[in-house]
Design a protein around this ligand. Sequence first.
Ligand code: F6P
Length: 416
Amino acid sequence: MDKLIGACLVAQSGGPTAVINASAYGVIRTALDDDTITHVYGAAHGIRGVLDDILYDLDLEDEHELRLLLNTPSASLGSCRYKLKDYTEDDTDYRRIMEVFKKHDIRYFFYIGGNDSMDTCNKISKFLQKEQYLCRVIGVPKTIDNDLYGTDHCPGFASAAKYVITSCMEMRRDCNVYDYYSAVIVEVMGRHAGWLAGAAGVATATGDGPDLVYLPETDFDMDQFLDDVKRIMDERGDCMVVVSEGIHDKNGKFISEYGAPDAATDSFGHKQLGGVASTLVSYVKQKWGVKKIRGVELSLLQRCSSHFASATDINESFAAGRAAVKAAVNGMTDKMMAFHRLTDVYGDYACEVIPQDLSLAANTEKKVPREWINEAGNGVTQEFVEYVLPLIQGTPNLPLENGLPRFAKLKRIVAK
Ligand code: F6P
């Protein structure tokens, strides 16, 4: 395999996570250390930054600040939700991307993102191949939704799951202090896949978790839900519920739309969800007259909280970025780095990074298997709990300043 000498470009895309910067650092550090890579750039706001030719010169960053990316949440290069058209219909964006790549001699392109971002990465990879522009393109997975196809789990999921689990354990303690009926309904992200909501089942397994968990993999029945809540409140005087933002009725209508029918959509046509907890609170109040009931939308907290992230997640996210560069330098292209779960010689969890075809990962959503959800559709099984537990292990060694987290402050100098 001939050495491919040239610059590398890394970009972040889609909803951020607590560890997407750890993957970026994996790419950046490994690329900076590699002799075949002449320069390291980061695109501002994913593919948008490429189209606008706004590339940060990462060779000019201080190593100390770059290293802080390991514990810095959200996307430090900026993110985007931008859908590329099919190049057979309109190749304007692709021609512009190739022009910018040529200008900076980009020969390695690493795109960190979820389903939609892998779609972008895949399309660019195929277009560059068609045009015979030599550039190795690798996707690095990321999503708290954990719904990328071809990987055991996704960077970002475990830290978000750990936040959801811990918050549920804490709220459970608050929810049952009074000597009269009280309830809390917690809303967790996840449009079509309930991995993150289901993770709350790990809190239940500790004895401090929700009584009921609803995922979008099953149809949500309002009457059944109201009966479930009443039964639990009668049994124990309080009730804690976790719902995924994407729960829907048997006609496919989102429950969040029962309350707010005009949800905005992004460029991929996805409705911005949210508000399902408060909708359900109104239904429970109205039906059962429960006065002490709260809806809690974990919203951004679940994906940007890094103070109790999973060290396993941080390490694996870094490893995915690092493996992407190593693979590309060794000749690989048109792949996404994926995780394969292993058991080591002691019977403990281990994980290896393996390549998957980019086209497989693009646009295919991995749902929670039906058999990991209980018969009634209001909780998860022990198998689900065992799937999550190894992923959330370890606490980060958080760099502090004045007792507060010290996040990376990049210079973000735009390359000429
Ligand atoms: O990245 C996935 C996700 O976090 C979904 O769970 C959620 O529906 C979506 O992103 C919301 O993202 P935003 O509103 O920031 O576009």
